[in-house]
Write a protein that binds this ligand. Sequence first.
Ligand code: ADP
Ligand code: F6P
Length: 327
Amino acid sequence: MTNKVSKIGVLTSGGDAPGMNAAIRAVVRTGLFHGLEVYGILRGYQGMIDDEIIQMDTKSVANIIQRGGTILKTARCKEFFDYEGRKKAYTNLKKRKIDGLVIIGGDGSFRGAVKFGQEFDIPCIGIAGTIDKDILGTDFTIGFDTAVNTAVEAIDKVRDTMDAHDRIFIIEVMGRDAGYIALHSGIATGAENILIPERKTDMNDMVKSLQEKERRKKLVNLIVVAEGDDFGGAVEVEKVLKQNLPKAEIRVCILGHIQRGGSPSCLDRLIASRMGYHSVECLLEGRHNVFVGIQNNKMHYIPLENAVKNKGKISDEWLKIVKILAS
Ligand code: ADP
Ligand code: F6P
């Protein structure tokens, strides 16, 4: 494990997340600082297969730390699931003598990287760039803080209308498999109910409590639902509530992709810079297939194959707090 790298590639893969640019900037500038050649691979694994690879200099990453999206673009790539696709990608790296990779993405991107790093002799370092905050081995993922703050700002605005009209609002936030955006934005906006994929939704219980609130004229109620909630998202929840609360004014608001865009928060810029810097240090130390996370404010390294989706880990404490504070 001592093969020092000299030419490294960086790519963003899977869903974009605010702060990815800050991470790219950190990788490029740390690499250049250490005298490495640094290459940007466009459109994730697709660009590696299609040979869309460009050499980066310090100016290539100027004026991007504050920008959402990713200057390298991102993609989902079917061909990378097959060995033939990965071999093509390797040939393109080999041709330029690229001998280390930094992958900024989610657990899917890491699964691809693990296979790639095992099949071909190329060290891969993973950094979590996903708004869902659903990766094991890190307290933060790049993009979550921005996304959750975007959701909070939007929900606060909806609350004005909710309050003015005495309405029930069901707001759907992102999170296909993870309820962190719903939980954090819901607590921060004083939601009465938060529905997340990690917990079975007891619709009877929720209906009963809303009926009881209607009796005591508490008509303003905020329900925050993660898109991947087992009940099927905001529209499904609305159907049930309309049947059981015929007098209530109920509206649905789906926040959607506004949560994925926008200028990254200070926290996202910081963690992206820190993780980007350490990912290059890892390559220089000769580490192979490692995930660079942050735990308890310290860098935390685990094998990349262990950086899987963090399922069902939301603590009961949070849900208890929601119940007590929303009474
Ligand atoms: P994310 O990284 O955000 O979780 P995806 O799950 O869509 O996003 O994965 C991004 C890309 O990573 C996929 O389009 C594919 O190219 C690659 N990938 C995901 N899983 C695998 C796998 N099991 N084998 C090979 N490549 C994979
Ligand atoms: O993983 C991030 C995420 O935004 C999820 O919350 C959401 O379900 C998914 O990506 C949507 O992905 P896309 O719009 O890129 O298909």
